[in-house]
Design a protein around this ligand. Structure first.
Ligand code: HEM
Length: 241
């Protein structure tokens, strides 16, 4: 076990950007732009699988006795899956040192929005037949719809500001805005949980709740450690003089 400089009372050594890069390089080989393009292409195509599966099932009459329910549930579940994968990017990057994973985050987040949009459109179109008043009443009446709707509404500004121009324009506010992904994940779990609780079938919601708890817990622990490091570095500061 290595003693941290802060614990031993010595000031924390400054790590130059070059040293940080060297340390990073020791953990993971640098990735060429070509490999990043290939990686993005593979993820882009793979993420179309849920849509392709629905189209294939639709064309071959395999959507079951209640196709609307099948499509609603399938798109709902895939929205949640993509939310979880998007949330997993940062922990994976930190654990593996593979910084290139960040290059996939925007695409994965947009896929979460895409499947969320399909999910909502199926409900809006085939379940409610564009009856805005009925939807309004449903959102107010059924808590699982209320939170699902909340999650989807929160996803809209994230998707709309996921492009480079918005990142530049919003500056620091962009990061604050995109922290809404945590609230979205929690609302999505509540939506799933309440829906399945009515059917006494909580097995899957429990699995997803655990995944989201671990992914958010990781960030919480990391934020606490980062704050502690800053506090310790500040406390060690006067020793330098
Ligand atoms: C981020 C947004 C959302 C996520 C992650 C999400 C996720 C889910 C999930 C996981 C399911 C259950 C799938 C299964 O049974 O395996 C589901 C079902 C459902 N969701 Fe969503 N949903 C979201 C937004 C919405 C919105 C905006 C609405 C409508 C206003 C909605 C309406 C429904 C309905 C009607 C069902 C099916 C209920 C049933 O079959 O009894 N969801 N959703």
């Amino acid at each position: 076990m290595s003693a941290t400089p802060a614990r031993s009372g010595a000031p924390a050594p400054a790590v130059s950007p070059a040293a940080a890069r060297a340390r990073q390089g020791a953990r993971a080989a640098p990735v060429t732009p070509r490999r990043i393009v290939i990686m993005k292409l593979v993820v882009f195509v793979a993420a179309l699988y849920p849509l392709g599966r629905l189209v294939f099932f639709g064309l071959s009459n395999r959507l079951g006795a209640n196709p609307i329910e099948f499509i609603t549930r399938s798109t709902g579940l895939w929205t949640l899956v993509f939310l979880c994968i998007t949330l997993a990017v940062t922990p994976l990057r930190r654990l593996t040192g593979r910084t290139e994973l960040v290059r996939l985050r925007r695409m994965l987040g947009l896929y979460a929005f895409f499947y969320g949009l399909l999910h909502f459109t199926t409900y809006f179109w085939f379940d409610q037949w564009f009856d805005v008043h009925a939807i309004y009443k449903d959102v107010l009446k059924r808590p699982f719809i209320t939170v699902g709707f909340g999650a989807f509404v929160l996803l809209i500004p994230l998707a709309a500001t996921s492009f480079q121009a918005a990142v530049r324009k919003l500056g620091r506010r962009w990061q604050t805005l995109h922290r809404a992904i945590y609230a979205i994940a929690i609302l999505a779990i509540l939506h799933f949980w309440w829906m399945k609780a009515g059917k006494h079938d909580l097995e899957l919601p429990k699995i997803y709740a655990t995944i989201v708890t671990v992914l958010l817990g990781f960030r919480l622990v990391w934020a606490v450690i980062a704050r502690r490091k800053v506090a310790l570095a500040k406390a060690a500061g006067p020793l330098k003089r």
